[in-house]
Design a protein around this ligand. Sequence first.
Ligand SMILES: Cc1ncc(C[n+]2csc(CCOP(=O)(O)OP(=O)(O)O)c2C)c(N)n1
Ligand SMILES: [Mg+2]
Length: 296
Amino acid sequence: MLTIHDKKVQELEERSTEIRRDLIKMLTNAGSGHSAGPLDLTEIFVSLYFHVMNHKPKQPKWKHRDRLYLSCGHVCPIQYTVMAHAGYFPKKELMTLRKLGSRLQGHPEYGALPGLENTSGPLGNGSSQACGSAYSLRMDGSRSHVYCVMSDGELQEGITWESAMFAGKYRLNNMTWIIDRNNIQIDGNTEDIMPEEPLRDKFEAFNFHVMEVDGHNIRDLVDAIGQGHAVTEKPTVIIAHTIPGKGVPFMEYDFRWHGAPPGKLETETSPKKDKQMQVALNELRTLGGKIESEHE
Ligand SMILES: Cc1ncc(C[n+]2csc(CCOP(=O)(O)OP(=O)(O)O)c2C)c(N)n1
Ligand SMILES: [Mg+2]
């Protein structure tokens, strides 16, 4: 049974702040990349890698590991940052994001970096990759659990629903999907571009066990994941409600930060480009957590 103590929640909250700070620095240094999704997925990735998943960073191919399939590949800066903190590769490599020859490309490539389970970027594919993995692990009698992190924009891809149909039919109860329900996609708000609601009803119709949580509340996330483990005969989907750009107020709720790093976009409410990284780092202090340096 998956549980979490108050002290651990606090530790993971502090870790989340440190990770958001590293994210801001790496994105600014790269000069391109996505900000909104990675910032809002921080607690989800921190909970998975630092509490939920059974894995060994120094033995990335360990047979009994849980598997994490990232479907919306463009949010990989958060996965890279959390993996570096977890010990998969040196933290200093984060500064090579999107550079020529780097292992940390703008969309993840299977085989490039130890610990990645799949290649992603074309939206929608991760859910079917996760289904194949969950199905075959079950055939092997494995106790490993399969997680798939996906975005709400991906729910507009037909393949997502094909894989949902498969997961429902084969009752893949060794699989949990976590949807980043941040309500934005590349060009605007999801409900304006292609309405997705009622999501809960849709997933229930596909034979999923559905839960909804605040995607920034580590305790609620961990509890929901634990409840999902206990479900028999059905896959689980957790609709995680998040705030795009979470932690950096001038980015929050604004879809224009979907694909822009600090320093590359000026909005009515943002600081001037050259001040954005510093302002973002200062604002993150108010979220709490350990501060590595008073002078960036
Ligand atoms: C099949 C496919 N179509 C289009 C794209 C281009 N694209 C990349 S991200 C994105 C927005 C999708 O929305 P979401 O994943 O919810 O983005 P976020 O919440 O991170 O802003 C689009 C259309 C793509 N990567 N793959
Ligand atoms: Mg989205």
